[in-house]
Design a protein around this ligand. Structure first.
Ligand code: P53
Length: 473
């Protein structure tokens, strides 16, 4: 029993949070480059000029002062060597769209950007690490946001498909695993996820339709270019894991309905059509999705090969508000669970439940492409970092994943821990909220030497991988 022999252990990052060099190598600016830092109590802001000339600027950083990411200097920092040392079988990363098409609208790609990823993939293969590439991880060229509000406009589909075709052709001999849209169900986050500058639900849902079409087209084109490609979707599965706060039937119904608002996304991407409950929901809300001729066929032809998912937490919901609320406003606090400093409920059993539900619903292989704990680490005087809380988190979650495989029969392909080398938080823009097995010397202001140090969890994860998840001690 236990995990498959070819289980894909590894780690995951996103270009905009890790790569650095946002204005180097011919890369254009992207949505995520113009976002300010926030905290658990203060949302990130946007420093931005809209087409009507209005200037949007919030407190803290302007674009020039943004911390840059851990700087993925492939050869200089030796990050891939560290991944190799941990025994990674795979490394999930994203290609920065703006590094390939600086404004998103060019006809020809930026060769320097393409060459950069060639170097990354070659370095990975040197260590026997299989790249897994996210095509869209919270990054839209600012040119497209400025021109027409990113994914709110249908024209973004063509720009994205051109980008996909370019990277599929270029890297077909180096990359087999692809993911289309990172956490597609987080599209309501708007600007951060998809360069959209409104929170109007009709616009957001139309943008989601554009992403469904783009994803399905990418799947079909990818398979035409190389039939051995494995192309997955990616869902923030935590958002399907909603517990009713009480056994009041109204609470249960509400929890089920809220989960449906997120399963909706994988329903389209795995089944190839909009689910009936969502069509009814749109009807009730007066949301009309504009579909072009042929869209339904595109969705049917472009279903995914596997399900990628992130899992961080569960949430609870109640129809009668309880006392105390989650700091990130993601629902009430679950009194049966501990939470992190950022208010994220820690729920390994919820992970098993989530996996079971997801597999039962689609019966497609599942790749866990993000899981981990954001915590403020302390560097001791001797330079060591004792992150036993992180080891505990991973131990409990990997055990839960094992239970899902052994007790529930879920087909899990692999597991990539989020942010194996410390990187910038997407939610808050902080560096202080660290996920890594490797510490990066940089603070929230972007000061520091960028020196890498192994935390205690480094050796622990290395042992887990070496034993294919048998030794969790
Ligand atoms: P951070 C919440 C908000 C923004 C992005 O989150 C998120 C989530 C959690 O579902 O999603 C993913 O950095 C995302 C990563 C991100 C990671 O969660 O806010 O795919 O880019 O870094 C962790 O602590």
């Amino acid at each position: 029993m236990g995990f498959r022999k070819d289980f894909l252990w590894g780690g995951a990052t996103a270009a905009n949070q890790y790569e650095g060099g946002w204005n180097e190598g011919g890369r254009g600016p992207a949505n995520t480059d113009v976002m300010t830092r926030g905290s658990k109590d203060r949302a990130r802001g946007v420093t931005y000029i809209l087409p009507d000339g209005s200037h949007h600027q919030t407190e803290s950083f302007t674009v020039k002062k943004l911390p840059e990411g851990a700087r993925f200097a492939v050869l200089e920092d030796g990050d891939i060597a560290l991944m190799g040392e941990m025994g990674f079988k795979t490394y999930r990363m994203s290609i920065s769209w703006a590094r390939i098409y600086p404004t998103g609208m060019e006809e020809t790609p930026n060769e320097e950007g393409l060459g950069f990823y060639d170097a990354v993939f070659d370095e990975l293969h040197k260590y026997g690490i299989e790249p897994m590439v996210t095509l869209h991880h919270f990054e839209v060229p600012l040119g497209l946001c400025n021109a027409w509000g990113g994914w709110a406009d249908r024209r973004t589909v063509d720009c994205f498909v051109r980008f996909c075709r370019t990277v599929f052709e270029r890297y077909k001999n180096k990359v087999t695993y692809w993911l289309t849209f990172n956490e597609i169900n987080n599209i309501p986050i708007g600007f951060l996820s998809s360069g959209i500058s409104t929170d109007d639900p009709a616009v957001i849902m139309q943008a989601a339709h554009h992403q469904f079409v783009a994803s399905a087209m990418a799947v079909r084109i990818g398979h035409e270019i190389d039939p051995t490609f494995k192309i997955g979707c990616m869902l923030a599965a935590s958002r399907t894991s909603i517990y009713p706060a009480t056994c009041r039937p109204e609470d249960v119904q509400q929890a089920w309905e809220k989960a449906g608002q997120h399963y909706f996304f994988t329903d389209v991407q795995c089944r190839g059509y909009y689910p009936f409950y969502q069509l009814k929901y749109f009807e009730r809300k007066g949301i009309h999705i504009h579909m072009e001729e042929g869209d339904e066929q595109i969705l049917r032809d472009g279903t995914v090969d596997f399900i990628g998912m992130s899992y961080y937490r569960t949430m609870i919901t109640e129809t009668v508000p309880a006392e105390g609320s989650d700091p990130l406003l993601l629902g009430a606090i679950n009194p049966y669970l501990k939470a992190t400093e950022w208010g994220i409920a820690i729920d390994p059993l919820g992970f098993r439940i989530t996996l079971h539900n997801m597999y039962d619903r689609y019966q497609l292989p599942i790749m866990i492409v993000e899981n981990g704990i954001g915590a403020a680490d302390t560097v001791e005087v001797d330079g060591r970092i004792h992150d036993d809380y992180r080891i505990d988190f991973f131990r409990d979650h990997i055990q839960a994943m094992k239970d899902a495989v052994e007790l529930d029969g879920v087909d899990v392909m692999g597991y990539t821990a989020w942010g194996p080398i410390d990187l910038i938080s997407a939610g808050t823009g902080e560096m202080r909220k660290r996920y890594g097995f490797v510490y990066v010397d940089m603070d929230d202001q972007g000061n520091g030497t960028l020196k890498r140090s192994k935390k205690d969890s480094f050796k622990w994860y290395q042992k887990v991988i070496a034993s294919n998840g048998e030794d969790l001690g």
